[in-house]
Ligand binder design. Structure first.
Ligand code: ATP
Ligand code: MG
Length: 274
């Protein structure tokens, strides 16, 4: 027999076609943010200022921000963290991952729907993740979807209806291409998310993830990194070439962790092959 409880359970299980906004955001930040250097706090602080601006200012009902930086530098996690921290009533991650197998027109419809939904809320934040993949950009050709480009251009510059406010946080690894496509002008502000290039940042991360259980192994890894060309501090990082995105660094750390012997050497070996 089906009773009221079953019916209510069934309602809970029904999720909208493009997922519950909160869950999607939470999924990309589940590993958390490591405050490995001043740049992390600066980026989060800048994001918070945009969140506040949209919340209080009556003159800027639409603010668009582009987070850009090399692959794996942490753009998605930072954008999602800023969005999540806003606690706006409407928070949404628009990601190419959720549109695998969609046709071009289905993507246009899905993107338009997210914006239309946001216009119903007094305060909204949309993370438009990985714009180049959303645009189906390929450097060979080069090719991209003009229909999706036109959709984004219109939505990025359309003022929300009266009394509604919207913050757009977009991410990309190839900002120069966005400039070529004429999309850069759609943004009010740019936040650069740099890769990690200093030993002090890596040291911080190694401590936080507790890869080594003794100091001498940690120091050995640091010594090897110094030889590999990583600079001591972020401030003198300009003069060095060695750098790595946090995403890769964390995955190398987890790989190195799999075997107890020679952890430092295996970590540095994978770092040097980047
Ligand atoms: P891609 O270029 O592939 O889109 P990305 O720049 O968007 O990559 P993320 O997908 O955000 O990078 O990956 C960063 C990973 O590092 C996430 O798993 C995140 O939880 C973790 N992380 C830890 N500390 C930080 C930090 N300070 N900033 C950003 N990400 C961090
Ligand atoms: Mg990303």
């Amino acid at each position: 027999r089906v009773n009221r409880g079953d019916f209510m359970n069934a309602l809970d299980e029904v999720t909208p076609a493009f997922g519950v906004a909160k869950e999607e955001l939470e999924q990309v930040i589940q590993n958390g943010i490591i405050h490995y250097g001043p740049v992390v706090d600066e980026l989060l602080r800048s994001g918070e200022l945009f969140v506040d601006q949209v919340r209080v200012s009556t003159r800027t009902p639409l603010v668009t921000v582009l987070l850009h930086g090399p692959p794996g530098s942490g753009k998605t996690a930072l954008a999602a963290t800023i969005a999540q921290a806003s606690q706006y009533p409407f928070m949404k991650l628009l990601s190419p991952d959720s549109m695998v197998g969609f046709s071009e027109s289905q993507k246009v419809a899905a993107i338009s729907k997210v914006f239309a939904d946001s216009y119903k809320s007094p305060l909204s934040v949309i993370v438009v993740d990985n714009i180049e993949r959303l645009l189906e950009f390929t450097p060979i050709g080069p090719r991209f979807s003009n229909a999706i480009l036109q959709t984004l251009m219109v939505l990025f510059s359309r003022r929300p209806p009266k009394g509604r406010r919207l913050l757009i946080l977009a991410t990309t690894s190839i900002r120069p291409v966005l400039t070529d496509l004429g999309l850069s002008e759609s943004f009010d502000a740019d936040l650069r998310v740099p890769p990690i290039s200093s030993i002090s940042s890596i040291r911080h991360i190694l401590d936080e993830v507790e890869l080594f259980n003794n100091r001498s192994d940690a120091e050995r890894a640091v010594g090897l990194l110094r030889q590999a060309g990583f600079s001591e501090n972020e401030s003198d990082a300009m003069s060095s070439n060695a750098n790595i995105g946090i995403k890769k660094l964390l995955s190398y750390i987890e790989m190195a962790r799999q075997e107890p012997d020679g952890v430092a050497d295996r970590l540095v070996a994978s770092l040097m092959n980047i």
